[in-house]
Design a protein around this ligand. Structure first.
Ligand code: FES
Ligand SMILES: [Fe+2]
Length: 444
């Protein structure tokens, strides 16, 4: 249990807050790049700051305060020019560094130089636009594998959730919920919907473990019928500190929009053996929390997680909760956040997940356990897209993606293509600050 004050420290994200200062050391995705094709100027909100993202006519990306310094009109209505963004009201123009380049109706010397606008660095990668709101010099934008590898079919599912980011992240350190939320509860939803209940994998967790490493926490488990020789334990999958889950060939960003809203980006990267056509822009679709009648879509696995996070309230009441032994991963994450906030308060960089060496940032590859579906390993990607991921039903390109992956798999089977590999070493079991907990046999 935390005190109210500790919960505030962990969850507040605005400028000047301890949590907000820590989160500002990391690059966060703020929008799919494809959004700017539709409209080159977009209002965004990140870490409690209202901002305007734009692409000028030279192709430069900029991120500036949403209000013009002249008379505070929203730049969301600005006009992209050859170099910068022009305010719609009186034509002041700002470049991507926030300098005021023009004030058409002003004649006083030196005035223009005094009225810059707040501007932040932005970079595009893998079809997303990332922003950095922290102190300079900015660390490097992490070159995450699925975003930079060749031969990856990418698409982005997007959802805005009315709750704080941390409860979304804590879910990633909570292996046991899978048995219940995605097992027993899923059965109940199907029962209520009058559908035949499919025999789900009801294996119980025998053991869970967490290892802190240089980029976050590796989560491991042993299920009934498995042993510590299985990849669920030897490899597991990471929570990339502070807010990205890597699992099942996806990155799931839980981006703190403000204290009570989270932008959830489900970034799918399906690896194939052949070059991917038609992805000059990574496609985007919405994964809705609710159906057209306003009902939470509880039969969709990922939406079940959304339901749980939103169901904890805008900011989870951690001062009222009762953590048990199976919550050891959550406690570990909170402790890491505290440690990293303390470093920042002492004027240091966070020690986890910050890249300043280009060599170390060429391509960041995370190991993850074999994808399992319906109790089987080595499931073809095409099958996972077609049947394994319920949220793919919202993807208008689903059948084309399945076809593409099938063709790739056929060609790999004929020996015409090299299969995509998984060449990276897992974080060894028992890395620093190891936390392991074996669930008691009496748990039922
Ligand atoms: S308010 Fe923006 S130019 Fe006047
Ligand atoms: Fe889940």
């Amino acid at each position: 249990m935390l005190t109210l004050e500790q919960n505030e420290r962990l969850t507040r994200v605005g400028p000047g807050t301890p949590g907000g200062k820590l989160l500002r050391y990391y690059w966060h995705p703020i929008a799919p790049l494809a959004d700017l094709d539709e409209n080159p100027v977009k209002k965004v909100r990140l870490l409690g700051e209202d901002l305007v993202l734009f692409r000028d006519r030279s192709g430069r990306l900029g991120l500036v305060d949403h209000r013009c310094p002249h008379r505070r009109v929203s730049l969301e209505y600005g006009v992209p020019e050859e170099e910068g963004l022009r305010c719609a009201y009186h034509g002041w123009m700002f470049d991507t560094a926030g300098r005021c380049l023009e004030q058409p109706a002003e004649r006083a010397a030196g005035f223009r130089e005094q009225v810059g606008i707040k501007a932040y660095p932005v970079e595009a990668l893998g079809g997303l636009v990332f922003a950095y709101l922290g102190p300079q010099p900015a660390p490097l934008l992490p070159q995450l594998d699925l975003l930079v590898w060749d031969n990856v079919v990418r698409h982005i599912g997007i959802t805005t959730l009315p709750c704080n980011w941390l409860q979304c992240v804590e879910n990633a350190l909570d292996p046991v919920h899978v048995e219940w939320l995605h097992g027993r509860y899923m059965d109940y939803v199907w029962e209520r919907q009058g559908k035949p209940i499919v025999a789900r994998n009801r294996a119980r967790h025998v053991k869970i473990g967490f290892d802190e490493f240089s980029q976050g926490i590796v989560k491991r488990r042993v299920m009934e019928g498995q042993s510590e020789a299985d990849e669920n334990w030897t490899v597991g999958h990471p929570l990339v500190f502070p807010n990205i889950l890597r699992s099942n060939g996806t990155y799931q960003w839980r981006v703190p929009v403000d204290d009570t809203h989270t932008l959830h980006l489900t970034y799918n990267g399906y690896r194939t053996g052949m070059p991917v056509q038609g992805q000059e822009q990574v496609p985007v679709y919405e994964i809705p929390l609710q159906d057209e009648y306003g009902r939470v879509m509880t039969e969709v696995l990922l939406v079940q997680d959304f339901m749980a996070w939103v169901g904890q309230g805008e900011i989870a009441e951690r001062h009222l909760e009762h953590l048990g032994q199976s919550d050891v991963g959550i406690a570990m994450m909170r402790r890491m956040l505290e440690e990293q906030m303390a470093r920042v308060e002492q004027g240091q960089d966070p020690s986890i997940g910050i890249y300043r060496d280009p060599e170390a940032n060429r391509c960041i590859v995370f190991a993850e356990e074999l994808h399992a579906y319906n109790g089987r390993d080595h499931v073809p990607e095409s099958e996972r897209v077609q049947f394994g991921w319920a949220f793919e039903r919202f993807n208008p390109l689903r059948s084309e993606i399945v076809e593409f992956l099938r063709e790739s798999e056929r060609r790999v089977a004929r020996g015409e293509l090299v299969p995509p590999g998984h060449a990276t070493l897992p974080v060894p079991v028992g890395a620093s600050h190891r936390q392991v907990f074996m669930l008691p046999e009496t748990a039922s």
